[in-house]
Design a binder for this molecule. Sequence first.
Ligand code: C5P
Length: 240
Amino acid sequence: PTKQQLLYEGKAKKIYATDEADVLWVEYKDSATAFNGEKKATITGKGRLNNEISSLLFMKLQEAGVANHFIQKLSPTEQLVKSVTIIPLEVVVRNVVAGSLAKRIGLAEGTPLEVPLVEFYYKNDDLGDPLLLEDHITILKLASREEIAQLKSEALKVNDVLRAHFAERKVRLIDFKLEFGRTTDGAILLADEVSPDTCRLWDAETNEKLDKDVFRRDLGSLTEAYEVILQRLGGESACI
Ligand code: C5P
């Protein structure tokens, strides 16, 4: 396919049309944002790291039977994906208490959860991405009951696959956020990205944070942390 017009520019990616109707061209940007866009920075190399990591993880998920939008990596910062209509939900899976869960329910960050927790948030910047109950999702007509059940079971399957994959590479998968979309025939497909921007990843031995919390909490070099993740996943490091 060939790259056509820019369709959408988000905080971390640009999405272009291609000459094929159901194929999109994604470019990962060197920008980092947090706290609903209040904190921003340009971080050279971040686009490449997230494109590489996301490509590897989408391929791993595909092998493991989790259908997703990834088609192929095009360049260090670009990939081709299947076009879907994104469902405006953030599906979060948690294995260990961290981030907003620690604040919401008062358990200490780092407390393991006996059973993975699945949460839904409304993708809506004006409302600040609020937590939604399943009944809220139904009232808002964002997804049917059957689809909600499917989103939950797919998210838990992603968790099983990625948790084991990271554990073999000495990384703890603390939590992550997924987005799903509908294809023209109504099937639900995992979409967006799976990267250290959207996952909390801690070193298995030291619990060092190797994810976007490095940026959110000013803990050091984000690209060094993401480079560790890429290397442990077997990816190629940059020729600097
Ligand atoms: O902030 P919170 O603890 O709810 O985040 C849970 C997980 O979802 C974290 O891995 C975080 O990186 C991810 N997340 C995301 N995009 C958001 C909100 C959370 O990728 N808008």
